[in-house]
Design a protein. Sequence first.
Length: 282
Amino acid sequence: MSYTTLISANELAKHLDQPDWVIFDCRFSLADAGLGTKAYRQGHLPGARYADLNKDLSSQALSHTGRHPLPDFAVLAKKLGDWGVSNRSQVVVYDDAGGAFAGRLWWLLRTMGHQDVAVLDVGIQQWQKQNLPMTTHLPKVTPAQFRCYLDAKQWVSATEVENGLASRTITLIDARTPERYAGLQEPIDPVAGHVPKAINRPFQLNLDNNGLFLPAEDLKKQFQRLTESRKPEQVVHMCGSGVTACHNLLAMEIAGLSGSRLYAGSWSKWITNKNRAVAKSV
């Protein structure tokens, strides 16, 4: 059996010793870029590698790119092989933020043609709550060969977003908090507000009070209502920098609504062009 969306802590624990399973710790803090590495060193799941959002899962940010531009996929494929990931591997990714950062690697792997990747539901908190093993030891890795089968249709550009909104052929969903979407708060980017005609759905709405993803049927009803039952292929997701938007992509996949896409540059890329319109909620 392969896992392509979510996996529970108990189920993952049964597979810790299987050589074709590879685990990634994706913990990160936008406020302190070194915090994830520090947390990993203090304790992580047995065998887990650490994937850094800035260093591994993004290219270097430039003035025209936004904060977390997509990585060089050839470089990432080489890293995955060095980490022991092959095209036969079952990959599991986790963080301590409900999948907000792990979802980025989930999406990247799928975009590279690797379907057998799942997010640990709730994340490391659930693992610790169930008193499952932790370690400070770095994993012994046997390098493998990972072949990338990139599907560049999985993401769209700012121009495609503009054209799609103008022609009313896409629904754009913004995963940021309501305060940031409305332009009432902006703790990260230099301009506050949102893309005109974008709909706000904070990624946190995908989770219940315990941090678990909502049942598939609930997610399906919510997204269909939000998008007015448009085809998933007509749905584009964004956030601040193309990271937490992947959480909504994952939620739609769980719901059986496959085919939505990512505006990878997201808000931080949108505002690099002063000619692009900015909206605020009153």
